[in-house]
Design a protein around this ligand. Structure first.
Ligand SMILES: C[S@@+](CC[C@H](N)C(=O)[O-])C[C@H]1O[C@@H](n2cnc3c(N)ncnc32)[C@H](O)[C@@H]1O
Length: 362
């Protein structure tokens, strides 16, 4: 321990790191100042950590899909445990009822499991536990209706047992136990798989900001073939899309879409062309991409939103990845863009999704 690390008793935390970063999990947990105690399923890790603030504030935070303080654990194989649901429900009630969680949500530790055993178990356990809790909690069904700053009782179950704790969705980094809403990338007629990424990003953002109103104007950089464009148009937004490559034919003639086939660096909107949001999913050099966003952020309305995919495809080392991340954060800050959040979403491969906003009106 260095002299700056607070001398606190370690606590147990459950963190989720996507499989794409499994090789970096040791570096990531070290970056949080913690130690891995056990890996659970393919993406979860039980860690011991002295300073939980690091979960949200360290260089390694952006690698975490989700996290939870483990305030109650029952390591066991539920399949072999007689009366698991009843015992687990009673224990959760005893432990958490007095702490007044706003809601209770239970998920499975391995969402990709081929059989539905733990999905059904999670649902049965939630049903039984809610019979014990207050009617208000039992009535809470819409996951996105949670107050993102109020503590929810989250619980995960799997073949390694049951792990639960109370934390706000914002601090856990997602409304759902384990992260964000599952959005299929294979919807019929989808133009590109990237569409699901912006759908998930907009769902995630609800923890921080109200939805942009219909008619909001988006500037989209690196739009081809147009999966994200289609999602924005579906939500009633107006989109100015820029790409060197063409958009999918299915977007031809969309009344709320203006497309310019050109290099983003050559796009020079005059001062009267303003936008409520900028979305950038350009591939290529991430430093160049963020500098284009910074340049075009002068055309953002006050309080305007930026969603930026920080792509790191050829960067594999932890420190190099952090340097790139820091470069993007510094460039945005120098342009007066405030950080809302940075995360790794379901469909992010070697990339992060960064959210910023321009200063609000005074
Ligand atoms: C990952 S794809 C975007 C996928 C898109 N968001 C979708 O939903 O289908 C990246 C795009 O960035 C574009 N791009 C990269 N650098 C660019 C630049 N300097 N100017 C214009 N387009 C650029 C590429 O042509 C490519 O189409």
């Amino acid at each position: 321990m260095d002299s700056l690390t607070p001398d606190l008793t370690p606590v147990t935390w459950l963190i989720r790191i996507s499989e794409v970063f499994a090789d970096l999990s040791g570096d990531i947990v070290k970056g949080l100042g913690g130690e891995i105690a056990k890996k659970l399923g393919s993406e979860y890790y039980l860690i011991q950590i002295r300073d939980p603030a690091a979960i949200r504030e360290s260089d390694a935070s952006c690698y975490l899909r989700w996290n939870l303080p483990v305030e109650h654990a029952w390591p066991c194989n539920p399949e072999n445990m007689e009366g698991f649901v009843e015992k687990a429900a009673q224990a959760m009630f005893r432990k958490f009822a007095d702490r007044d969680p706003q809601a209770l949500f239970i998920g499975q530790l391995d969402p990709s499991a081929p059989n539905r055993y733990y999905k059904t178990l999670a649902s049965n356990l939630r049903g039984r536990t809610l019979q014990l809790f207050s009617p208000e909690i039992a009535a809470f069904k819409d996951v996105e209706a949670q107050d993102s700053r109020r503590a929810t009782l989250f619980c995960l179950v799997g073949k390694e047992g049951l792990f639960c704790g109370m934390q706000s969705p914002r601090n856990s980094n997602g409304y759902y136990p384990g992260g964000t809403k599952f959005i299929s990338q294979n919807a019929p007629d989808t133009i590109s798989r990237a569409g699901a990424k912006i759908a998930e990003a907009l769902h995630y953002l609800r923890m921080y900001r109200p939805k942009l109103k219909k008619g909001a104007r988006w500037l989209e950089l690196g739009a081809s073939p147009g999966g994200m464009t289609a999602e924005l148009l579906d939500r009633g937004y107006k989109v100015t899309a820029i790409d060197r490559a063409p958009l999918d034919k299915r977007l031809d003639g969309k009344p709320d879409l203006a497309f310019a086939m050109m290099d983003v660096s050559a796009f020079k909107p005059n001062a009267s062309m303003t936008y409520d949001a900028i979305l950038c999913d350009m591939n290529g050099d991430a430093r160049e991409s963020i500098s284009q966003v910074v340049r075009l952020s002068k055309n953002l309305e006050q309080g305007g939103l930026v969603i930026f995919t920080l792509k790191t495809p050829r960067v594999t080392a932890f420190l190099e990845m952090n340097e790139l991340y820091q470069f993007a954060m510094d460039a945005a800050a120098a342009a007066g863009l405030g950080r809302i959040a940075s995360t790794h979403l379901t469909y992010n491969r070697h990339e992060f999704t960064l959210f910023f906003e321009s200063p609000p009106p005074v």
